[in-house]
Design a protein around this ligand. Sequence first.
Ligand SMILES: Nc1ncnc2c1ncn2[C@@H]1O[C@H](COP(=O)(O)OP(=O)(O)OP(=O)(O)O)[C@@H](O)[C@H]1O
Ligand SMILES: [Mg+2]
Length: 470
Amino acid sequence: MAKILIVDDEARILMLLQSLLKANNYEADTAKSGPEALEMLKADSSFDIVITDLRMAPMDGMTLFHEIKKFNSQIPVILLTAYASVETAIDAMKNGAFDYMTKPFKVDEMMETLKRAEEYIQNKGGGAVTNASQPLRYHFENLIASNKSMQAVCEMIERVAPTSATVLINGESGTGKEVIARSIHKASPRRDRPWVAVNCAALPEHLLESEMFGHIRGSFTGANNDKTGLFEAADNGTLFLDEISSLPLLLQGKLLRVLQEKEIRRVGDNKSIPINVRVIAASNTNLEDMVMQGNFRADLYYRFAVITLDIPPLRERIEDIIPLAKHFIRKECQNNHTEIEEPVLTKEAATILMNYQWPGNVRELENAVKHAITFLQGESITPELLPPRILQRTREIRATQPDVTAQESGENVSLKGFLKAKEKEYLEEILSSTNGNKEKAAETLKVSLATLYRKLADDPDDLGDSVKSD
Ligand SMILES: Nc1ncnc2c1ncn2[C@@H]1O[C@H](COP(=O)(O)OP(=O)(O)OP(=O)(O)O)[C@@H](O)[C@H]1O
Ligand SMILES: [Mg+2]
């Protein structure tokens, strides 16, 4: 059983929690303040989990949490908070706190959270880590995630998958919210049970309710038979509520009740049916704003916001672009019934992909690859096979770059043009010293890979002559 350190400035809470944990066979020690807790943790590395109150003096729980993370980034920290500071706790979760519980907490909930923390400790360093030199810690089937933030998302997937906690996935359209929701399902003990997805924006209110909860015969005009709802269909599995922001207020209330009471009532029925469903929601609008405007229930929002995954847009995770493109090339070739060899992505095409802004995110990239493969003739994907929109945008960017060729023709050049030409020379020098390895070059130049690619794209030769007008 895990060894737990409880931190609170109220002696009564310390005693209560300690006896509760001991009654449940945990080893539990107490600290009356943040500094005392830090001393104990530094002196004894056998503590597995920390439970701390948020509001304490002289050191509050949030500071304690950050201090602990400085010397032990792995230990799960659970925060205890009054309702008023839930937002601080959510922030802490985003920064790596394991979970938070509002006071007064339910014994079952506390035990469930501790069980999850124990599972996390056991899994940590287990199967997910492939080998020490492997930079990617996490791997989920069909989920490409090379970027750091995406690796953090994967870590969260791993942490929440064993539980039945509700999860909210935020992200622009096409960022991969549904793939991530599916990954949670597939990594969870529910993986062999149903996965049911419903798009809340796709149905009118009256249909949505009967779609979600079912109805009984005669409950409204056209209800000729009893109907099972999606919640029942997803029993013991996972229900994915896409575009949750489109859920009408009335249904938000009903959903909250279902989540709290774990039972549903079909439209027109007066008896309840118990259900065991894990709910994952996705949204591409800011729900917090909607709460402020009164268009989304705060209580439902908090229910979901406990575990939030923010998926960055593709333009902010440039390291994912080429691995994703290669993944889609492979996928497209496998799906294509005509037997085509897997084409290679040329350097020129790759540079264009890396420099494009991807307003449609991963979905747009997937479509770009499909487009290229449809028109493929040779063995490689060259720039002209990419969708016209992407080429057009690339040309527009190039057209706004300063003209440095004037220097070669002996005309006077602006200082900016001159510096650009020098910069180019230097970039080339470093690149040749790293044998063309852009990651190493970026490291030497102390710029991000994204910046390096942007600077290289400024170089007309790097885009190749193959970028033709359509
Ligand atoms: N990280 C990823 N690895 C592999 N494929 C991905 C990844 N992210 C997205 N995709 C693919 O991109 C496409 C779009 O992803 P998905 O449908 O999950 O996006 P979404 O965020 O739900 O979009 P929307 O908001 O429009 O519903 C899908 O075909 C999905 O398989
Ligand atoms: Mg989606």
